[in-house]
Design a protein around this ligand. Sequence first.
Ligand SMILES: *[C@@H]1O[C@H](CO)[C@@H](O)[C@H](O)[C@H]1NC(C)=O
Ligand SMILES: *[C@@H]1O[C@H](CO)[C@@H](O)[C@H](O)[C@H]1NC(C)=O
Ligand SMILES: *[C@@H]1O[C@H](CO)[C@@H](O)[C@H](O)[C@H]1NC(C)=O
Ligand SMILES: *[C@@H]1O[C@H](CO)[C@@H](O)[C@H](O)[C@H]1NC(C)=O
Ligand SMILES: *[C@@H]1O[C@H](CO)[C@@H](O)[C@H](O)[C@H]1NC(C)=O
Ligand SMILES: *[C@@H]1O[C@H](CO)[C@@H](O)[C@H](O)[C@H]1NC(C)=O
Ligand SMILES: *[C@@H]1O[C@H](CO)[C@@H](O)[C@H](O)[C@H]1NC(C)=O
Length: 315
Amino acid sequence: MSLYNLFQLRDAMNFAHLLALGVYLIAVCSGAPADSSNDEKQAKLWLVEYNKRASEIYYRDSVAAWNWSTNITDYNQNVSVHVSLESSKFTQMAAENASKFHWEDFNDEDVKRQFNMVTDLETSALDKSKLERLNNVQAELQKIYSSGEVCNIPGHGCLQMEPGLTALMAKSRNYDELVAGWKGWRNATGKQMKDLYAEFVELRNEGAKISGRYNDTADSWISSYESDTFETDLVELLDQLQPLYNELHTYVRSKLQEVYRDHKFPATGHIPAHLLGNMWSQTWDNILDIVQPFKNKTSVDVTSTLKEQVGKQLN
Ligand SMILES: *[C@@H]1O[C@H](CO)[C@@H](O)[C@H](O)[C@H]1NC(C)=O
Ligand SMILES: *[C@@H]1O[C@H](CO)[C@@H](O)[C@H](O)[C@H]1NC(C)=O
Ligand SMILES: *[C@@H]1O[C@H](CO)[C@@H](O)[C@H](O)[C@H]1NC(C)=O
Ligand SMILES: *[C@@H]1O[C@H](CO)[C@@H](O)[C@H](O)[C@H]1NC(C)=O
Ligand SMILES: *[C@@H]1O[C@H](CO)[C@@H](O)[C@H](O)[C@H]1NC(C)=O
Ligand SMILES: *[C@@H]1O[C@H](CO)[C@@H](O)[C@H](O)[C@H]1NC(C)=O
Ligand SMILES: *[C@@H]1O[C@H](CO)[C@@H](O)[C@H](O)[C@H]1NC(C)=O
């Protein structure tokens, strides 16, 4: 699993108490129930303005995060953490403002859905010091992850994840080298990340809970799929795929056994994780040269047929 999967920043949180407070204040101030169709009209105007500001602010946040990921310096970390805190402030304010509308009673499902998202605070629900801590913990984890070095692979000098270790895992067909890369990177990063990662999980779960909308971070991540049956759907899909997966796995293992003849594969039948062309055995396309059947067959190129068919549809 790559770091971006771990940090998947769609961490949903609600501000149920603020929302309740907002509705209460409007009722108190106006002294009468608001005209709901007018409320919805105003809400649509508010969304236009919100979208304009949000795209500027979140864009700046993404650029700062990009600057930091591609150029790991203390300065860039500090900028990224501070820009992210400013974004969180905006998220809080927007959620507060949005919850003054009676959006749960709106007729337009699309507008309702947008308000549901804008009032979802994600990690911004945490208080300022915890939020700052969370941002710093994330930045530290990323730093360890990206700058961890493996220096004990003969003939390779010191390798970091990018580009060295990624290329080694993809291209090397030397069993011992692959083991050294796989173990060495975990030795150089895993131990250092362990406690920080536990803290990261704790802070995120705390944020998710504050909302009242979610039990934990997993809950809030799953909510992005907007499906009540997400987990059972996935289990069903996995069950359907399992027979094919078993055959593929068996086939790939036999091909790898031909290449790594001198090495015993585990009796339990699993494929050693360092042989699949990727640090997390997550994608297998880098071992295509080993597993491709019918090597002298050209693959089917559907481009021209596709263009022809689409052309017919368009005419
Ligand atoms: C990102 O880096 C570029 C180039 O160094 C710089 O011009 C820009 O101001 C940085 N942006 C942010 C948000 O830090
Ligand atoms: C990396 O970031 C530093 C600021 O910490 C900046 O001075 C430098 O120009 C950046 N390097 C590149 C290649 O963008
Ligand atoms: C980090 O950035 C903030 C905001 O730009 C600034 O106030 C602070 O002095 C910086 N800290 C360091 C250590 O550079
Ligand atoms: C929230 O409302 C206040 C008061 O109308 C306004 O000043 C502020 O810009 C709004 N902020 C956001 C993020 O909507
Ligand atoms: C593991 O990492 C430590 C430093 O954290 C290093 O001293 C040691 O040599 C490494 N061991 C292996 C097997 O890479
Ligand atoms: C949260 O946990 C409670 C108690 O285990 C459970 O009843 C509820 O369905 C959970 N909520 C969500 C959104 O998963
Ligand atoms: C493809 O290559 C295999 C040997 O690798 C050979 O036995 C077979 O005849 C070839 N097939 C075609 C269609 O060229």
